[in-house]
Design a protein around this ligand. Structure first.
Ligand code: 5CU
Length: 395
């Protein structure tokens, strides 16, 4: 049976009230501060990035209030949202605080989803689901992290975990994370990999470019590096059922994947560690469709869709280790679309003026609609069918 036609937002954030209160109690970044605005009003400001101006940016109810999330969804005809805590999660906390807060916030998010509305036209499907949080910080014990994975797995409306790129402080290729990947794989949770730190700020030069370079380039480069390190560590060979969803369409990874494959091929140490050509692993990943352009989405689906050609298992691999292309270009593109999922990044990127719809959302929807070569069914899948299947929302 084909999945129902739904618009499902898998990249949408919240600072749950408990987390917002915690940020208000802090005197250093990340924090929420109250100040007197130039017009003399009391207003709250959010400071999460190390290098943002000390006045931060405006923050309001759209960051924590469920009714605001639902209003936003209604305004954009979004049926279902899979909501995740926004960065920087628990990264900055000592291990015991992170463990306790993770447990409390996971329970809060379950309540946020379970006590929310259901879809009126499909029995048993809620409008809100969530990604839980793990206490991934230096000094965290494996037991604490695994017990939190187990907690999330038991919460029926939490379908995965959102994760930054630092792991326990040494990145996601840290051997100490091995039992964590195993537990997540075993629990069937989806990992939503999301950036926060960007790359070395010296790369941005001295001109005042606001948030443009860290957000447009730093965030996706961070995801590119973290995912590449995961691939190089062999995590996907050891955990073939691990499901990882990449923010911002995987950053530059699709564009750089053949170069990555070539560099590995020329480095015997790394090449001997991996069971497959690097391009094969793209087909094991999921990508949000938060890329704002049709050409980029088409390119990503092509890069994902050819992954099977690069499997080294089976018999048809030639001397290069690459299988004969059995699928034509159209079939490749089709199979790539099965791993792409609509997202908005709400409440970030709000419109600058008063508009009914958010430009950032409209652009992402128009991008899906305009991809050359995607059929109507494939566009529907990216808009919601793939998320419905990945998160098993019909069960
Ligand atoms: O504007 C930003 O800083 C952000 C952020 O921090 N996290 C996110 O998901 N999108 C935009």
């Amino acid at each position: 049976m084909s999945p129902p036609r739904l618009l499902i937002d898998i990249h949408t954030h919240v600072y749950l009230p408990r987390y917002a209160a915690f940020l208000r109690s802090r005197a250093s970044v990340p924090r929420i501060l109250t100040r007197t605005s130039p017009e003399g009003r009391q207003e709250e400001r959010l400071l999460i990035l190390d290098d943002e101006p000390s006045s931060g940016r405006p923050i309001g109810a759209q960051y924590w209030d469920r009714d605001e999330k639902l209003k936003f969804m209604d305004r954009h005809a979004i049926d279902v949202s899979v909501v995740s805590s926004a960065n920087p999660w628990l990264d900055f906390l000592p291990a015991s605080t992170a463990h306790q807060l993770a447990g409390e916030l996971n329970d809060d998010l379950e309540t946020y989803c379970s006590t929310g509305p259901s879809l009126s036209h499909i029995t048993g499907v809620k409008r809100l689901y969530g990604f839980g949080l793990l206490p991934l910080v230096p000094e965290a014990s494996t037991e604490a992290i695994i017990s939190t994975v187990e907690q999330i797995a038991k919460l029926p409306h939490l379908k995965g975990v959102i994760m930054g790129t630092r792991g326990l402080g040494k990145g996601l290729d840290d051997n100490a994370l091995e039992p964590v990947w195993a537990a997540i794989e075993q629990a069937g949770l989806v990992v939503f990999l999301h950036p926060h730190y960007g790359v070395d700020k010296n790369a941005w030069g001295e001109k005042e470019n606001g948030h443009v370079l860290p957000l447009a380039l730093g965030f996706p480069f961070e995801t590119t590096i973290a995912t590449t390190r995961l691939i190089l560590s062999g995590v996907f060979d050891r955990h073939p059922s691990l499901r990882l969803l990449l923010a911002h369409s995987g950053g530059a990874l699709p564009q750089l994947s053949s170069r990555l494959a070539s560099c590995i091929e020329h480095d015997p140490l790394v090449a001997s560690r991996l069971a497959h050509d690097a391009r094969y692993y793209l087909g094991k990943l999921y990508f949000d469709a938060v890329a704002y352009g049709s050409e980029e989405l088409g390119f990503v689906s092509d890069a994902i869709g050819r992954a099977d050609k690069y499997s080294r298992s089976g018999t048809s691999a030639g001397a290069s280790g690459v299988k004969d292309a059995s699928a034509d270009g159209a079939e490749q593109r089709r199979s790539g679309t099965r791993r792409m999922l609509f997202g908005t990044d709400h409440p970030f990127f709000p419109p600058l003026g008063a508009t009914e719809k958010w430009k950032s959302v409209v652009e992402n929807l128009e991008a899906i609609d305009g991809v050359w070569g995607w059929s109507d069914a494939e566009k529907d899948a990216v808009r919601g069918g793939n998320a419905f299947a990945l998160f098993n929302l019909g069960s």
